[in-house]
Design a protein around this ligand. Structure first.
Ligand SMILES: [Zn+2]
Length: 51
């Protein structure tokens, strides 16, 4: 777990879905301690869960 990254990047659970999506995309690149939740994957343009 990249604690330094987490300390400087806080996920706003009450934020817009797009804000949460960009947080998770950055998180996957810099840490990835938790998977991207399905409701976020659904709105990602890469379409990870398209099928
Ligand atoms: Zn993490």
């Amino acid at each position: 777990m990249n604690q330094l990254w987490h300390d400087t990047h806080h996920l706003n659970h009450n934020g817009l879905p797009l804000e949460q999506m960009s947080w998770h995309m950055a998180h996957q690149k810099n840490c990835g301690c938790t998977p991207i939740p399905p409701h976020i994957q659904r709105i990602m343009p890469s379409g990870r869960s398209a099928s």
